[in-house]
Design a protein around this ligand. Structure first.
Ligand code: DGT
Ligand code: MG
Ligand code: MG
Ligand code: MG
Ligand code: MG
Length: 279
């Protein structure tokens, strides 16, 4: 019903379009996972099943939302990267964030029993918050990813040492916290090695580096070439056929999970399609 007397209420809706030509990162984070992980008896400090479940939900999210070109997961959080030239939902922040959060949450719940076959998912059910942040330059985006990966490393080294002191050393949580207060990375490595014979370097790459998801065009059997969008600029719409071709190539390429360093240039140099927008 056009132009009813109630139509004016639309004026209260505020625009929330994200800055054009910037990388969009939607970071989601589990709500109250301190409690959730305890209630569902996640192993400490890292529960492989829980992280595999996070990754599976993220792969499904990325498979469904083609505009996500890269994702990075640690602990109960995931960062989803949309390319600078993304025009999904006209770049409306709320639409992007809520769609990604609800898609991820739906898959997390659906896939739960695959990863925890003997543990019933109980209330309060897992939920996630989310936010979108724009990064203007490729370097800003790389620095964002480096920031998360450094966080992963710092937290994992701390947690690995903390739980070694508690589980292997029989310390109370309070004493372990005290013992680690003011220590440097080298001190924690030394505690792990000298007291428990643990070489931190040999810990799982997934725990040390976090999980990186992207579409691997090298692995795509039929289509070796990344799809082109003819340098689609912000203002230049991609033709329908090009968009369909893109979509097909992306579906075919599939999402791969890697546990590698993203801080050095090598990761980006070996996978130029991620930053170039040909993926
Ligand atoms: P929030 O995000 O403010 O609602 O609160 P939390 O409790 O989710 O806190 P956050 O996100 O800072 O920290 C994540 C929590 O999830 C942290 O307490 C450890 C827990 N967690 C995540 N992954 C694992 C895991 O693999 N094993 C165990 N035991 N706990 C985990
Ligand atoms: Mg939080
Ligand atoms: Mg959380
Ligand atoms: Mg968190
Ligand atoms: Mg609708």
């Amino acid at each position: 019903m056009a132009n009813s007397m109630y139509e004016y209420v639309r004026l209260f809706e505020q625009p929330d379009v994200l800055l054009p030509n910037t990388w969009i990162v939607v970071r989601i984070d589990g709500r109250g996972f301190h409690k959730f992980s305890a209630k569902h008896e996640f192993e400490k400090p890292n529960d492989r099943r829980a992280l595999d479940l996070m990754n599976a939900a993220a792969v499904s999210t990325m498979t469904e939302i083609y505009d996500i070109v890269l994702a990075y997961g640690i602990s109960d959080e995931y960062s989803f990267v949309l390319h600078k030239n993304c025009t999904l939902f006209e770049r409306r922040s709320c639409k992007l964030v809520t769609t990604i959060v609800s898609t991820f949450t739906a898959y997390y719940i659906q896939l739960w029993s695959t990863f925890f076959p003997t543990k019933t998912l109980s209330a309060p059910l897992p939920t996630f918050d989310g936010r979108a942040v724009c990064y203007p330059s490729d370097q800003n985006l790389r620095d964002y990813m480096s920031w998360r990966q450094v966080d992963c490393h710092i937290n994992n080294l701390y947690n690995t040492t903390f739980w070694a002191l508690v589980q292997k050393g029989g310390m109370s949580a309070g004493d372990a916290t005290q013992a680690l207060s003011g220590t440097l990375s080298s001190d924690k490595n030394e505690i792990l090695w000298s007291k428990y014979g643990i070489n931190y370097n040999n810990e799982s790459e997934m725990f040390k580096k976090g999980s990186i998801l992207y579409r691997d065009f090298e692995l795509a059997s039929e289509s070796q070439d990344p799809p082109t969008t003819e340098d689609a600029g912000v203002e230049k719409p991609v033709s329908k056929t090009a968009a369909t071709r893109d979509r097909k190539a992306k579906t075919k390429a599939g999402v791969t999970i890697q546990y590698v360093d993203m801080i050095q240039s090598l990761f980006w140099d070996l996978r130029p399609w991620i930053l170039s927008g040909k993926a």
